[in-house]
Design a protein around this ligand. Structure first.
Ligand SMILES: NC(=O)c1ccc[n+]([C@@H]2O[C@H](COP(=O)([O-])OP(=O)(O)OC[C@H]3O[C@@H](n4cnc5c(N)ncnc54)[C@H](OP(=O)(O)O)[C@@H]3O)[C@@H](O)[C@H]2O)c1
Length: 287
């Protein structure tokens, strides 16, 4: 494989194998199997695929899993009630609310995330866990940003003093990354749809992290020679997956690049398993 490729699939497989060993040892000690519950609301086909991949990987590493499937017309109160049940179920160690939610529930997301116990909040999106990021505590930080940091670190990509441009300001990707990158002494710039003359920032970046939902958004004219590109985007064109970067176009000019598929996707799932195990350890050690 081209040595410019940051192979997320290979790294995730390695991390999952290491985790499997740790889980086996912990289960032998406690007699308790870690368990993740995912709340899936509505019929979004992409969400169903992601949830199935997450739960298949959980099974591979020794985490039991349960998918709570709810109708898209369900009321907020009923979802809160389901979350409560999972919060109070001692056999569940991690809870994931699969986002995006159906349009009618979009405004309820903050309240629903707040309801997930911070001790079981596997994607670190409860306000308490989000707040911990301010103090650089990442233990159960959001899985995608953690996966991005992990792939950079495992490939010995120095962050200290680097100019990192993130094109995304969502709670799931851009905002948590600000703190994770600052912790590692990078200089961080966030760009979004209101950024004036965005190329001014992209062109100077040592590392570009892009998640804009737009295929071929990053092309070779937009980057500097040797830039490292982390492509978080997941788009489907004629049934085929692609990211936000024109991969073939930038390959010669960039320093390193994550592919889609096989980059940040599998890393996100690996971090989900890791976070579930972290929460499990806290709960079983406390009991
Ligand atoms: N690989 C994984 O595991 C993984 C995990 C999570 C997400 N994703 C993917 O990452 C992408 C983003 O997800 P998300 O939930 O963060 O999406 P989102 O909430 O829609 O955020 C998209 C961001 O991109 C910005 N943006 C859009 N068009 C732009 C443009 N022309 N110029 C500058 N900024 C622009 C938006 O700016 P405004 O804020 O101004 O609107 C926003 O901040 C999606 O493709 C998603 O599937 C992948």
């Amino acid at each position: 494989m081209n040595n410019k490729i940051l192979d997320g699939k290979k790294l995730a497989n390695k991390l999952n194998l290491e985790l499997k060993k740790k889980i086996k040892e912990a289960v032998e000690k406690t007699g308790i199997i870690p368990k993740l519950a995912t709340i899936l609301i509505g019929e979004d086909p992409a969400s169903k695929v992601y949830v199935n991949i997450k739960h298949r990987t959980c099974k591979e590493v020794g985490i039991n899993s349960k998918i709570v499937e709810l109708d898209k017309h369900i009321s907020k109160e009923m979802i809160l009630n389901e979350i409560d049940k999972l919060n109070n179920d001692p056999s569940i160690h991690g809870i994931l609310l699969q986002i995006p939610l159906p349009e009618s529930l979009k405004n309820d997301v903050p309240e629903l995330l707040e309801k997930i116990s911070p001790l079981k909040d596997v994607d670190g999106l409860n306000p308490i866990n989000k707040g911990k990021l301010f103090d650089y505590i990442e233990e159960s930080g959001p899985c995608t940003p953690k996966g991005i940091i992990s792939i950079l670190e495992h490939n010995d990509i120095e962050l200290k003093g680097k100019d990192v441009v993130i094109i995304n300001r969502s709670n799931l990707v851009g905002k948590p990354l600000i703190f994770m990158l600052l912790k590692r002494n990078a200089t961080v710039t966030i760009c979004h749809t209101s950024t004036k003359d965005i190329d001014r920032y992209i062109q100077k970046a040592d590392i570009i992290i892009v998640a804009v939902r737009k295929p071929k958004f990053i092309t070779k004219e937009r980057i500097k020679e040797g830039a490292i590109i982390i492509d978080v985007g997941i788009n489907r064109i004629e049934g085929k997956l692609c990211g936000d970067v024109d991969f073939e176009d930038v390959l010669d000019k960039c320093g390193k690049i994550t592919p889609v598929p096989g980059g940040i996707g599998p890393m996100t799932v690996a971090m989900l398993c890791e976070n579930t195990f972290t929460l499990y350890k806290k709960q079983t050690e406390a009991s």
